[in-house]
Design a protein around this ligand. Structure first.
Ligand code: SAH
Length: 362
């Protein structure tokens, strides 16, 4: 087991069979060792820093029907909302005053937001806050649309691949195509956008083999960011009664991703914090280096219910900022309020300095 972990640490690769063996036969000591290796890798690139992103959940309308997701079109129990331009800009203003230099705008696939409307909002954010990075996360769009959004100012795009298994993907996503989703990731990459892929852990029917295929898919795609979270049932969805994913397995996937993609930006996700009060701290100790506190207006937070019992829905932005900072410090790391671009995209002097010094570890 140690030899396999060592090989992974040294070469950032491991074959499919070896990964399956590692995951299926690991004991507690092996896991502790693997997490310490992942943390050492993270430190080689990012030191003890953790990047902060301000999350703005700007619409919960969605035309898709993902079976796991609480804001799927077919859920009549959600009260729908959309934030107008003025409200989104107010969230950015509050975030900027709190020190955030990345805004993540996330939402369902909401046809209301045409390219014209989005580009107007994005270019206004960009001209008001030229020192900030913008991340968008609104699902699948056309090449033309992504190109316009890039031109309007987006720096990054989060589009989890959700699962690399073709059969599981098909089962979970009525009327969607895995091929198209993966094509979107490639399109965004080609456009020069920092791309975030990722997957859920513990989906009904998901096997170790499927998870290893997620890891190998990521290795092959080599995205700038990887979001990994446990599946958590939402009561009004077709999977409302399914079992939730495990925190342990999610942490293992975070650590393995760190070792396979040493310089990726890896968020410690809210879903982990939902299942375990110390879940986010544990992820930071297993190689994650990004957190995404909420900047959405508190009166809509409950309505962005992707899954049940989501945490932080009642907290003001300033409170979230403080709470997360405390958690980061409690495990020995410090908050970095810079833009926090991926090393391949670094434009900020601070980032460049940091990475120039550290890339000798690559
Ligand atoms: N519409 C955007 C954003 C989707 S919501 C898009 O298509 O990318 C953001 C992420 O939440 C999803 O990618 C999914 O991985 C996660 N998510 C949705 N429902 C979930 C659930 N029940 N449990 C855990 N994560 C969930």
């Amino acid at each position: 087991m140690r030899a396999l972990i060592h090989q992974l640490f040294e070469t950032s690769t491991l074959g499919r069979e070896d990964l399956i063996h590692l995951i299926n036969h690991m004991d507690d000591d092996d896991r502790t060792y693997l997490f310490s290796c992942a943390l050492e890798k993270k430190r080689a690139f990012y030191g003890d820093s953790v990047y902060m992103r301000g999350l703005i959940e700007f619409t919960n309308y969605c035309k898709q029907n993902c079976n796991y997701c609480g804001i799927r079109a077919g859920n009549p129990s959600v009260e729908r909302y959309r934030l107008d331009k003025e409200t989104i800009l107010k969230c950015c203003a509050e975030g900027h005053a709190l020190g955030y230099r990345t805004f993540v705008l996330q939402g369902g696939e909401d046809p209301f937001y045409t390219d014209d409307i989005l580009c107007d909002i994005l270019s206004t954010i960009k001209s008001t806050y030229p020192d900030c990075a913008i991340t968008l996360s609104i699902g699948e769009r056309s090449l033309e649309s992504y190109a316009r959004l890039k031109k309007a100012g987006i720096d990054r795009y989060l589009l989890r691949h959700e699962t690399a298994s073709p059969s599981l993907y098909k089962e979970l996503h009525p009327n969607m195509s895995q091929e198209n989703r993966i094509q979107c990731l490639h399109t965004l990459k080609t456009l020069g956008v920092q791309v975030g892929a990722g997957f859920m852990v513990g989906l009904p029917g998901q096997t170790t083999e499927d998870l290893v295929d997620d890891l190998l898919f990521l290795k092959d795609l080599s995205p700038s960011m990887v979001g990994i979270g446990p599946f958590i049932p939402q009561k009004d969805t077709p999977l409302g009664h399914a079992s939730k994913g495990s925190v342990e397995m999610t942490l293992l996937m975070v650590a393995l991703t760190r070792l396979l993609l040493p310089n990726a930006l890896l968020p410690s996700t809210t879903a982990l914090g939902t299942l375990d009060p110390k879940g986010r701290e544990k992820a930071l100790k297993a190689g994650a280096n990004v957190v995404m506190p909420n900047l959405s207006p508190t009166d809509v937070r409950e309505q962005y219910a992707l899954y049940d019992d989501k945490i932080c829905t009642g907290d003001e932005a300033a409170h979230c900022r403080q709470c997360i900072e405390g958690r980061i410090k409690s495990v020995g790391f410090y908050v970095d309020m810079g833009r926090g671009d991926h090393p391949d995209f670094a434009i900020e002097k601070e980032d460049k300095k940091r990475y120039a010094h550290l890339t000798r570890f690559a």
